[in-house]
Write a protein that binds this ligand. Structure first.
Ligand SMILES: Nc1ncnc2c1ncn2[C@@H]1O[C@H](COP(=O)(O)OP(=O)(O)O)[C@@H](O)[C@H]1O
Ligand SMILES: [Mg+2]
Length: 251
């Protein structure tokens, strides 16, 4: 099977060499666990080490903020953009219209044809969908009012929007990481409750333990077509980005 190297030191050997090409991976975690850094490392390392074109789409941070953040790790996003190996796209959802946003995303992705794609985040996209008026969204999804089932709720509209979005991502034949915020309570691994079923793989980032023993842990909850570690594995964030802790690599 053709696999895409993650660019995260120590991770590929835990998943049989990398993410199966063109899979949709959900990267779910609490805030501050390093989701954005991990996803940017996947894009930057792919561009530098594997000559794979990466597109990073953010709904959460401004272009300046991302460029600043990545400089700390020695990653020169603007230089990679000049080489046409990377494209950073940011959208301020407060200023977007739902239908136009989908059209812009579609155009950006089909024009650039990335080998690797990141959406930061699917949760922001879902919240955005939720904020839009119920009827406007339904009309964007091309439903006629007589087709709207009585059971339709804002939550179900969000789920439908996320379902359509993931379906679209799949059609681009790219290896995608979709970031979601991990809900603090409840049995679901995503806010929208559907993306975890629609993705091929799920990587969780969490803080485990208490007090001084607290550490960052990465857990592979699902990876289709792969045998993989299932227990939480420690990782660190430093000037090189994200690294799987050595002592646990080959356990
Ligand atoms: N240069 C760095 N060295 C070590 N840790 C860092 C560095 N930069 C950021 N971090 C850590 O990464 C966290 C932010 O990572 P980020 O990917 O933005 O999180 P998320 O997207 O999951 O909210 C910070 O809270 C900090 O703990
Ligand atoms: Mg983030």
């Amino acid at each position: 099977m053709d696999r895409v190297k993650t660019g995260i030191v120590g991770l590929d050997e835990l998943i049989q060499g990398g993410i199966p090409r063109e899979h949709v991976v959900l990267l779910s975690g609490e805030t501050g666990t390093g989701k954005t850094i991990l996803a940017m490392q996947f894009i930057v390392r792919g561009a530098i080490d594997n000559n794979e074109r990466g597109m990073f789409i953010s709904f959460e941070q401004s272009r300046d903020s991302i460029i600043q953040q990545t400089k700390a790790f020695g990653w020169d996003v603007e230089e990679l953009e000049k080489q046409n190996k990377l494209k950073l796209v940011t959208h301020n959802l407060a200023k977007e219209n739902f239908k136009l946003l989908d059209e812009k995303l579609e155009k950006d992705i089909t024009d650039f044809k990335p080998d690797r794609l990141v959406i930061d985040s699917l949760s922001a996209y879902g919240v955005f969908a939720e904020l839009l008026s119920f009827l406007e969204l339904i009309s964007d999804l091309n439903m006629k009012s007589e087709e709207i089932p009585l059971s339709t709720t804002p939550e179900s509209v969000v789920r439908k929007a996320v379902l359509n979005f993931i379906d679209k991502i799949r059609s681009y034949n790219t290896t995608a990481i979709l970031i979601t915020e991990l809900p603090e309570k409840g049995e679901f691994l995503s806010r929208d409750t559907v993306s975890e079923f629609l993705s091929d793989s799920i990587i969780l980032l969490r803080y485990l333990g208490i007090g001084p023993t607290q550490s960052r842990k990465l857990q592979i909850r699902k990876m289709r077509h792969s045998s993989h570690r299932i227990d939480p594995i420690s990782y660190t964030i430093d000037n090189n980005g994200i690294t799987i802790s050595k002592e646990e690599k080959f356990m």
